[in-house]
Design a binder for this molecule. Structure first.
Ligand code: GRF
Length: 236
């Protein structure tokens, strides 16, 4: 389990490394929240894609960047070993997957278990994997959304902390629906990180998220209804 006290630096900010592959709009939301009052310090942004726009976003904010191109490695295990070699020296208290489009090995996940979060564009456990917006439309869903979860070795299968619900309209395309979901991602990811950074949230020994000293029986929900946790209302 993470020792949040230990992982906080003297200015009481949780030190974070962010992994990306693309645009980095979730990274931007995290940078913006950090600039406001989210008690984190993003130490580095690492991308497997050399041209990821998120790298530019990080540079603009003076955040260290690294590229670790997966095409330079023969297999997943060697890539993840190199990734660990990049991440470990930062001693992050938290790793954020923010549009990082690679499956991580159980060895890598195990190393950071309880200290790694992901955001996924669906109401998990529905629609793990890719093309979630089109799949939600094809399935005739009336509600779609996004989820933040602890990362476990099972792809998009870790325990969910918070979800945003987005109504599906009859006129939606994957693009219009995805755009509305992405707006919500930018709200819920910093909220989950805030709970972790404030020491309120952790992954319990029982595999469930624990919030304020008790196991969560269901994810927090924002979106079509009021947040289920009153302390989250009106923040970020
Ligand atoms: C987001 O929809 C995220 O949920 C998914 O990949 C997308 C990344 O977007 N995992 P961005 O790079 O943060 O703009």
């Amino acid at each position: 389990m993470p020792d949040v006290e230990r992982d906080l630096n003297p200015d009481q900010r949780l030190e974070v490394v962010v992994l990306i592959s693309g645009s980095g709009s979730n990274l931007q939301a995290m940078i913006d929240a950090q600039t406001r009052d989210l008690p984190i310090r993003i130490l580095a942004v690492i991308s497997n894609e050399p041209d990821a726009f998120g790298l530019e976003r990080a540079r603009r904010h003076g955040i260290a960047t690294e590229v670790l191109n997966h095409r330079d490695y023969p297999d997943r295990a060697s890539y993840d070993a190199a990734l660990r070699g990049l991440v470990d020296p930062f001693h992050p208290g938290l790793i954020l997957l923010a549009g990082f489009m690679r499956i991580l090995t159980p060895t890598f996940v195990g190393r950071y278990q309880g200290r790694m979060l992901n955001i996924h564009p669906s109401l998990l456990p529905k629609f793990r994997g890719l093309h979630t917006h089109q799949r939600a439309l094809d399935a005739g869903e009336t509600e779609h959304g996004a989820s933040v979860h602890f990362v476990t070795p099972e792809l998009d299968g870790g325990p969910v902390i918070i979800q945003a619900r987005v109504p599906v309209s009859a006129h939606d395309t994957a693009a219009t629906l995805g755009a509305r979901v992405l707006e919500q991602e930018h709200l819920i990811y910093p909220r989950a990180v805030r709970l972790f950074a404030e020491g309120r949230l952790r992954l319990g020994e029982d595999g469930r998220p624990w919030l304020d000293g008790a196991p969560m029986t269901a994810p927090l929900v924002v979106g079509t209804s009021e947040p289920s946790d009153p302390s989250l209302r009106g923040r970020d």
